[in-house]
Every structure is written in structure tokens, then in C-alpha cells.
Design a protein around this ligand. Structure first.
Ligand code: MRU
Length: 327
């Protein structure tokens, strides 16, 4: 059974989230009562994953409407919200789409009501999109497949069963005989902390490898397909995803292993011609220098810490979306 793992609850106009910074050690639910708390939760990855960021963005629009009485103040909050995490297009695009609709309504309470309606619709749509991605993805899998995935792309990253991990979960529960491998995903350990936790909750057996073991794992012959998610896909198919995805794609190409990207169509950014135009989020070097309280390298060590990389289209075997395979 696919466990109902929900990363947030927006009921009775209030938001509580499962604090993903604390997983897997504690399952802590925290209230997010206003915009500032939401921006902080997004920035620090208490809420994360492209589709979930899009949904959280809509709730941010709702907070910003409650908190402001004039257009410039509202826009100010919207601009901050849109830019908290710059690579995942779903955040900015969901916010922009909602603002466009809401700007056509002059009365404040009507705007708020419409925003609540948009949130409800987005929730239902997202659940269906994930299911559809999983169905199309499963059609590419065979008994005996060894699947490798990266970062966390499951229920903790979306509203629904997820994208790449959603496919893996659905395949397992539809009794496909698959073996599951995932990376640790340095530096914030989304694979170790979140994917391992999600797979364990679903009782799906899996093997974790350190990020630098992926080529050796492929060389061992255990991997027959790689499936990852995406944060932004340019018009030509170049794909930004969690740092390390490019290494996976390059190794998969060398070993002639199909490399699939699973994402809702809302992750495609048709405004950008190719991957060189995708903004890449650079994060604090402390994330690499420290592991919690523990120092991993001398404090003075210089670090380059991009949160994402771009995989060129040529390395991608197919895109799996809610509309089909390479729709
Ligand atoms: O920094 P994160 O944890 O938000 O990065 C998440 C990823 O890179 C995921 O692969 C991507 O957002 C797709 S989630 C379905």
C-alpha cells in the first residue's frame, strides 16, 4: 500500500507542515501562520521539491492577500515569495499564474475566496498529475529492473505520490519485480534523510549509495534504468535538477542505461530557450562545511555550493509527464 505521507496540511485556512529539516529523526509538525514564516520554511528546505514549492507558493499568495491592503505592498510580498528559491520554476510560475487571475478581481474578500478556490483545485490536480506520471512511468519498466533515483521526488516533494519516486512506488505496489537504489544526495541528504524515510514508511526495500558510488554501481551491472525529477526544463529539454543529476546522466550515457526525467508539465519553462538560461540557486557554504553541529572541513575552506545542475537534453532518454512519454 502506498502510505499517505503528507508534507503539509492546509485546513480551515491555516497551514501546518511536516518539518523536513528534522526528518528522519523526528516527525515534527509546525504551524506556518504568515508569509515570513513561509519564506523561511521554503528557504531552509522545511518545505521543498518543485511541485510542493508550487503549491506552497499559492498558500503564500493567500497569506500575502490577508496581510496587505494595497497593490504595491501586495506586489512586494509576491516578489519576495517568487524569488525565495529561484531554480524550481513551479514556485514562481504558480504564484505568477495566481496573481494574474486575482488581479482581475477588485474586491479583497472575493480575491481571497478565489485564491482559496485555486488552492483547492491545485491540490486535486496535483494528486491526479502524480498518478498519471506514475502510470506512464510504470509502462517503461520491466520485471528485473534495477532502478536508481536521486534526491527526494516522492510524497514529501509534491501533493500526491510524487514524480520519479511515485513511479517507483507504484511499480513496486503493482507487483513489478524491481530493485530500488537511491543516492544520499549531498550536501543536504534528501536521499538519505527523506527518500530512505519515505521508502521505509512504504515498506519498499532499497539500497542507498553515496553520491560518488553511482558510476561504480552502474558498472556493477545492477542498474537498468535511472529515473529522476526536475526543477526546471527549458524549451529544448535541458533539465535542471538536484546537484549530482548531471553526473548520473553522464555515467548512464557511458554505460548505455536509459535516463528518464519525470515531471509535471508545469515544470517546463517555455520562456527559456536552453539550460544556460536556467537560474541556478547557489546556497550557503556552511551546508557543505558542516553536518548539523559537526565540522566537516576547516572553517576557512572555500566552497562552491550550487543546489542544482543542468543535464543537456542529449543525455535524457525520455520525459515522463502527466500527458505521456515525450508528449
Ligand atoms: O533542493 P530540493 O530538495 O528542493 O531539490 C529537489 C529536487 O531537486 C527534486 O528532484 C525536484 O524538485 C523534483 S521533486 C518531485
Amino acid at each position: 500500500m502506498i502510505t499517505d505521507l503528507r508534507p503539509l496540511r492546509f485546513d480551515n485556512h491555516s497551514l501546518i507542515i511536516l518539518d523536513q529539516r528534522k526528518l528522519p529523526n523526528t516527525e515534527t509538525w509546525i504551524p506556518i501562520p504568515h508569509s515570513e514564516a513561509l519564506w523561511e520554511a521554503i528557504q531552509t528546505l522545511a518545505i521543498r521539491g518543485a511541485p510542493l514549492l508550487g503549491f506552497a507558493g499559492l498558500i503564500g499568495v493567500y497569506f500575502s492577500l490577508l496581510e496587505t491592503d494595497n497593490e504595491p505592498d501586495w506586489m512586494n510580498r509576491i516578489d519576495i515569495l517568487r524569488s525565495v528559491r529561484p531554480t524550481a520554476v513551479n514556485l514562481a510560475s504558480e504564484v505568477t499564474k495566481a496573481v494574474r487571475i486575482l488581479s482581475g478581481i477588485s474586491e479583497k474578500q472575493q480575491r481571497i475566496d478565489e485564491c482559496l478556490r485555486l488552492i483547492k483545485t491545485a491540490e486535486a490536480d496535483s494528486i491526479k498529475e502524480c498518478e498519471s506520471i506514475a502510470d506512464y512511468g510504470c509502462s517503461l519498466l520491466q520485471d528485473g529492473d534495477g532502478l536508481l533515483t536521486h534526491c527526494n521526488t516522492g510524497s514529501l516533494a509534491s501533493i500526491g505520490i510524487g514524480t520519479a519516486l511515485g513511479i517507483i512506488k507504484k511499480a513496486y505496489f503493482s507487483k513489478k519485480n524491481i530493485r530500488v537504489y537511491h543516492t544520499e544526495t549531498r550536501p543536504l541528504w534528501q536521499g538519505a534523510r527523506l527518500t530512505a524515510y519515505e521508502l521505509m514508511k512504504c515498506e519498499i526495500p532499497a539500497v542507498m549509495v553515496i553520491d560518488s558510488a553511482i558510476s561504480a554501481l552502474m558498472a556493477s551491472g545492477n542498474i537498468t534504468k535511472v529515473i529522476v525529477g526536475a526543477d526546471r526544463i527549458a524549451l529544448n529539454g535541458d533539465t535542471a535538477n538536484k546537484i549530482g543529476t548531471l553526473s548520473l546522466a553522464l555515467s548512464a550515457h557511458y554505460y548505455r542505461i536509459p535516463f528518464y526525467v519525470a515531471a509535471p508539465t508545469s515544470t517546463f519553462d517555455t520562456q527559456l530557450r536552453n539550460g544556460s538560461e536556467i537560474p541556478i540557486e547557489l546556497r550557503n557554504q556552511q551546508e557543505v562545511l558542516m553536518c548539523g553541529e559537526k565540522k566537516l572541513a576547516p572553517s576557512a575552506t572555500k566552497v562552491w555550493n550550487p543546489a542544482f545542475d543542468v543535464t543537456p537534453k542529449e543525455l535524457i532518454s525520455a520525459f515522463i509527464t502527466e500527458l505521456g512519454i515525450n508528449p
